[in-house]
Design a protein around this ligand. Structure first.
Ligand code: AQP
Length: 329
């Protein structure tokens, strides 16, 4: 199989990653790191486009890096780096921004959502997709493992690559999203997707089994099912959607039949899922605990990752500058 470049990033916007980040993006990263040349990043410059707590940011950056390693990203196979350690991300973002209209950016869905959520409409937030396109194109990546919410941004990165290649000369491949079955992991609140910045919506990778059980017990299910004797509709239930990602087909169809026939209650159904999720997360939790006990190792991995990323970034920037007629050394 042809070896391709892969890039993906995760923002340090919470204290721990959640099941959505894991099933939506990281499982795809783990899948690709076995055959391809992967660069995975903690995209800290994206996290400062919305209000954040200064005193918590550096720890959150390290936490995302820990989560990457705990989930199975192997620094011998993949480059793990912090975005702000490689200044070419911002440099390329500036260049690509010169090819894009403000009107185009202001119509992208995440910009409108975030302005509505945070009440700020900063230039950084508006140009977030340009920086994301730069993150990907800087490594000439062809595959981007992400959750479904990122599809408009990947499409945008493809448009930017085309615009550059047309205006100057072909430098960038058009990146493609690499989606997994968990591309949309639903929120525990009944609507939308799990999100770090929506409290109560997610199960964290660091949650202990008791916490997972408690969070699931409170999760919203089919609103039409008020009592045990009411029959439920699994396709209207976020807990069932999670079951589809964890439970084997035989047991899954028993659960669906039990819900429709009102022979199993929501709490019983949730308890089965809680056990499966807890078991699935146990090795990640254990590895994370061991890694957190050795902060020097984590910093060494990031230093090495930055160095390796920098040399790839410099090679791309040389081609970009040459294509544009900028002076190169
Ligand atoms: N619920 C989800 N289901 C599937 N994939 C998801 N991802 C996030 N939530 C889900 C994927 O995780 C990767 C990293 O996401 P991010 O942290 O960079 O930003 P995000 O998509 O905005 O994730 P959050 O948790 O919702 O963060 P906040 O609250 O800060 O906005 C991406 O590939 C994303 O698709």
């Amino acid at each position: 199989m042809e070896r391709k470049r892969v890039f993906s990033g995760i923002q340090p916007t919470g204290d721990s990653l959640h099941l959505g980040n894991y099933l939506g993006a990281m499982v795809g990263m783990l899948d690709l790191q076995e055959q391809h040349e992967c660069i995975f990043s903690v995209v800290d410059y994206h996290a400062i486009t919305v209000p954040y707590e200064t005193e918590r940011l550096s720890q959150r950056v390290l936490n995302v890096a820990l989560d990457y390693l705990a989930a199975g990203i192997d620094p011998q196979k993949s480059v793990l780096m912090v975005q702000s350690d490689v200044h070419e991300h911002v440099e390329l973002s500036w260049i690509l921004g010169c090819l894009i209209t403000v009107n185009k950016l202001s119509h992208l869905p995440t910009y409108k959502d975030k302005v509505a959520r945070y009440g700020v409409a900063g230039l950084g937030l508006l140009s977030y997709p340009v920086l994301m396109a730069a993150d990907i194109l800087l490594y000439e990546a062809e595959l981007v493992p992400v959750g479904q919410d990122q599809l408009p941004h990947i499409e945008f990165a493809r448009e930017v690559a085309r615009a550059f290649n047309r205006r100057f000369e072909p430098v960038f491949p058009e990146p493609q999203a690499h989606l997994m079955p968990g591309a949309v992991v639903p929120s525990l609140l009944g609507q939308g997707a799990m999100s770090k910045s929506v409290p109560g919506s997610y199960i964290a990778l660091t949650d202990e089994p008791a916490v997972i059980g408690k969070k699931l017990a409170g999760a919203v299910t089919d609103p039409a099912r008020q009592r045990l004797r009411d029959s439920g509709e699994p396709t209207r239930c976020n807990v069932y959607t999670l079951h589809e990602l964890y439970t084997l087909p035989q047991q899954l169809s028993e659960i669906a039949a039990g819900c429709r026939g009102a022979t199993i209650g929501c709490l019983e159904c949730k308890a089965v899922l809680a056990e499966e999720i807890s078991e699935g997360l146990a090795p990640i939790r254990e590895r994370r605990r061991a890694l957190a006990a050795d902060p020097n190792y984590m910093r060494d991995v990031l230093r090495d990752g930055a160095q390796r990323a920098r040399s790839m970034a410099e090679a791309t920037m040389f081609k970009v500058k040459q294509a544009m007629g900028l002076l190169t050394a």
